[in-house]
Design a protein around this ligand. Sequence first.
Ligand code: M6R
Length: 602
Amino acid sequence: MCGIIGRIGRGEAIEPLVTGLENLEYRGYDSAGVAVRNGAGIEIVKRSGTVDTVAEAIDGADLGGSLGIGHTRWSTHGPPTDENAHPHTCATSDVAVVHNGVIENHAALRARLRDAGHEFTSETDTEVVPHLVHEHLDRGLEPEAAFRRAVDELEGSYAIAAICDGATAIYAARQGSPLVVGYAGDGYFLASDVPAFLEYTDTVTYLEDGDVAVLRPDGVRITDRTGTPARRDRQTVDWNAGEAGKGDFDHYMLKEITEQPTSLAQAIEGRYDADTGRIALEDLDSFADVERVVLVACGTSYHAAKYGTVALRRSGVDATAILANECSLAAPPIDEETLVIAVTQSGETADTLAAVDWAKRHGARTLALTNVVGSSAARETDQQLFIRAGPEIGVAATKTFSSQAVLLSLLAHRIAVDSTGTSGLAHEELCRELERLPDHVSSIVDESTAASIATRYHGRDAYFFIGRGYGYPVAKEGALKFKEITYEHAEGFASGELKHGPLALVTPETPVYAIFTGEEDGVTRTNAAEATTRGAPVVAICPPGHDAIELADAHLAIPDVHPILSGLLATIQLQLVSYHAASLLDREIDKPRNLAKSVTVE
Ligand code: M6R
């Protein structure tokens, strides 16, 4: 949700800035812009539209200078226009600012600045910041002190980068929105996320809330708000630029779907023993004191959390999944004996972080299941389990869902054994089958008929997805993926619920994707038959030879495996259906309209 990049060092800044914006575009694509400082002042190019639009404008602008900042926007305050694009400046253009987050007191600050004679040119909350910095510069403060004073006046969430004419530095502050510093051989980077500068360096420092960083050509200084030096570790990230690139694929989404044999192998490696059935999840403390588990998450991660809830309950553990954004008004009771698991790919989702905060205030033990090692969720929880999926750039989450689901299944068993002494999961069978999981996924990816099925049911009124048990969250996830990238109407239901209302919508124009996980398949088959009776074409997602194929109009094959893994494998077929359906409609698959990868506002 908005991407920030900054670069200072030897040589020209513009190329790494544009590369950074291209790599960050998954965080927002309403508008983009850069500001570069050179001997002639601060030069800005910004436009509504994609990074490509801005890159074209930059090509003709000859933006020289060794330090600069850039931004790709997901609009919150003000529509996606040229005026609202970042960087924003003060009236004299001697300060330029990019920002991710929401400045909650912007209206009051704007009113005060207006009264003092400042004129505004955009509708954004961000624009108050360069005016505040300018005001302090006018009062005689040095740029760093002026920046600090301005930041002190802000309320809300922000990752901010600023440059000032006459100062060879980038000033940055973090409060509630991610910001990471990168150390390259010829200079320093600042960005919302590591893939922004992975071509240049994998050595990073994640800033923490309250940090102020000053990047100069000869080094980076990180302090707290008062200017006291803050000790922050440098880390080497184990992602590489190739992983973060699109390779030969048309879309990141397809690349990431096909990466699942590897991402799943990485997720489970060393975490189970196929011979003994032992599940070893690193150094996670014992869960012996855990009475109940509450999973908090949003979107796709919420569906993974629901998947985990099924596994936990089947293991004999009291478990509930709640949408993170519902926690403040409809939270289940929690206490010191509750384990709250935050399921979040990015580890930066504001709703999920707020739920972690809620859990901590109630004394609950917290665990983050996340993909990003230095993320806020990883830092703010008691323990972490990393899904090791590698960078996921497509806005539609794919490989991270399957990794979350498989790890929650392992975690469910471990929590059950620690807290109850036993587990209802047939984990020995599960462990044996985990050995073959990457091969199963490869065969689905290689042999899927999803493209022809997407073509066959192209242009229908609506698309329904049904399943039970592990198949229910998969149905919800299948529908989310479909609507997210095709913009077509899609809904996911528990298959038994169809007859309690949604069946009224079922016509010969509504394909129904029915997921069979090997548990109570007869009932799911009956539910699917309720749809075929109304003329709806049913696509059965089940193993070859399954009796659901007889009633179905079409079939997507999954191997006959443990039900926990069937659901996960069915998801991969549904990801491919959504991808091909969106492709037929010529949608912006990696950057669906109105959405962004990392949702850092509540
Ligand atoms: O980074 P998170 O997993 O916390 O993100 C949560 C949702 O915003 C995310 O899963 C979203 O629903 C996906 N774009 C769906 O594909």
